[in-house]
Ligand binder design. Structure first.
Ligand code: GDP
Ligand code: MG
Length: 162
């Protein structure tokens, strides 16, 4: 049984783009419309010769209702299944109330969390990434899921935790 890495975060932070980057192919659906990945979607991935199961989730939101509540529940199930959780935050937007609510949910779950500041396309956004220390989850790993920047360093760290 491969270890499980679950990717969570609010809608539109770039979770599915990051999944595609890690897989090295386009499989997870990326949309400009928030909340496109409805359920948990599992993939087999590998990094440096180690296999793991990657679970993409829909966006977890605070005070979710209707379909959004279902999506949030699926994300919570993914967290329960996970050995390690990758929390993706949009570094450029910065910390939102939903990000803080996800952190509380993850604290209750008690799983190891690696914090990722996405959309750091350029050195210019490194300062935005540094603001994510404010979530209290330790070092935020800056990545650009679109360009691949920082992803290798982040995955090396994930493999140390997984
Ligand atoms: P999800 O809802 O968290 O799965 O987000 P998606 O992967 O569907 O991406 C949402 C939007 O953010 C899309 O328009 C992506 O192209 C964009 N996006 C994702 N990653 C990056 C990134 O690293 N940099 C920039 N500039 N945009 C990104
Ligand atoms: Mg998605």
């Amino acid at each position: 049984q491969d270890p499980v890495l679950a990717i969570v975060g609010r809608p539109n932070v770039g979770k599915s783009t990051l999944v595609n980057r890690i897989l090295g192919r386009r499989e997870a659906v990326v949309e400009d419309t928030p909340g496109v990945t409805r359920d948990r979607v599992q993939y087999t991935a590998d990094w440096n010769g180690r296999n793991f199961t990657l679970v993409d989730t829909g966006g977890w939101e605070r005070d979710a209702r209707g379909i959004h509540l279902r999506v949030a529940e699926q994300a919570e199930i993914a967290v329960e299944m996970a050995d390690v959780v990758l929390l993706v935050v949009d570094a450029v937007v910065g910390i939102t109330a939903s990000d803080e609510a996800i952190v509380r949910m993850l604290r209750k779950a008690g799983k190891p969390v690696v914090l990722v500041g996405n959309k750091v396309d350029d050195i210019v956004q490194e300062a935005d990434n540094a603001s994510l220390w404010g979530l209290g989850l330790g070092e935020p790993y800056p990545v650009s899921a679109v360009h691949g920047r920082g992803v290798a360093d982040m995955l090396d760290h994930v493999m140390d935790v997984l």
